[in-house]
Design a protein around this ligand. Sequence first.
Ligand SMILES: Nc1ncnc2c1ncn2[C@@H]1O[C@H](COP(=O)(O)OP(=O)(O)OP(=O)(O)O)[C@@H](O)[C@H]1O
Ligand SMILES: C[C@@](O)(CCO)CC(=O)[O-]
Ligand SMILES: [Mg+2]
Length: 344
Amino acid sequence: MTVCEAPGKVYLFGEHAVVYGEPAVPAAIERRAAVTAEPRSDDHVRVEAEDLSLDGFTVEYSGGTSDRPDVDVPTPLVEAAMGYVDAAVEQARDAADAPDAGFDITVESDIPLGAGLGSSAAVVVAGIDAATRALGEPLDRRELADRAYRAEYEVQDGQASRADTFCSTMGGAVRVEGDDCEPIETPNLPFVVGFDGGAGDTGELVAGVGELREEYEFAADTVASIGDVVRTGEALLEDAVPEGESGGDAEPSPELLSELGELMDFNHGLLAALGVSARSLDAMVWAARDAGAHGAKLTGAGGGGCIVALDASDATETALSFTQGCEEAFRAELATEGVRVVEP
Ligand SMILES: Nc1ncnc2c1ncn2[C@@H]1O[C@H](COP(=O)(O)OP(=O)(O)OP(=O)(O)O)[C@@H](O)[C@H]1O
Ligand SMILES: C[C@@](O)(CCO)CC(=O)[O-]
Ligand SMILES: [Mg+2]
């Protein structure tokens, strides 16, 4: 039995635009998905995913969409829920050159689903890592991140960036631009997350931005402007942690926080223009700003789910917990360690 766990993430800047080749800076947070993989003697895959919003279910099948199990929930729901686990198993089989490998898979996660905190990437990264290790074919981190990206790319119909999966694999903050993925140093940023209890469909939201971009030149310009915000933000981060030094525990200066916050606010406005915010997300963003956060924006695909704000004090978390539409507010610590093995 092999257990691996991988972190979720928040976007400091750049979601959606990163799908079109602009840079993005996500940061891993201490909320993790743990995947257990136990090889079977047959080619079946049995998945227990108790945290799924279907109230938890267990299915068993031999792989491939033609051989779907009899379960008493609508098939599209199962397909949607199982897509990422399925894709992870396929990547592990391919990587280990074991096309008929069967597994008992268990997923346990404290990352809300579809809420912008990268639950899909964490499940895919931990899933591929656990399954390949269980087959005795562990992957190095770059290959793991690459295969996890390919899994997300498939499930999201060819519209995905490497950002979520690379960040979940490596931990810390990362910079992703197209195929170019690198860890970056950041000071210890005081992230506060507000969660509206809802979810957005990443594939649909990404497709929506894609259509706007095709239809209107100013939408394409908006995507490019997000890229400009990211470049401005990463220059600030570079200056905050001199090359060769580790950011880790370094406390950010008040000036850095207010400059980053201003860029986060700007980034949120551009995302809202692209149609991926929601009333609940806007309400939480404004509650955070009113409480004195340096800045606030939606994180991830949007449509519902989470916002991220910068505030070292308790004011934003407290204000969010009293904001109508906010179901949960919490401080998100930077996860400096990416995917890790819990049981070999
Ligand atoms: N605990 C879990 N067990 C099984 N599958 C999960 C679990 N958590 C997430 N998933 C899979 O990930 C899907 C959600 O991924 P999606 O990309 O829509 O949202 P997200 O990754 O949480 O947010 P974002 O991509 O915006 O950061 C779920 O529908 C499910 O397929
Ligand atoms: C919306 C998006 O940019 C981030 C989702 O967390 C999609 C992606 O990068 O694959
Ligand atoms: Mg996702």
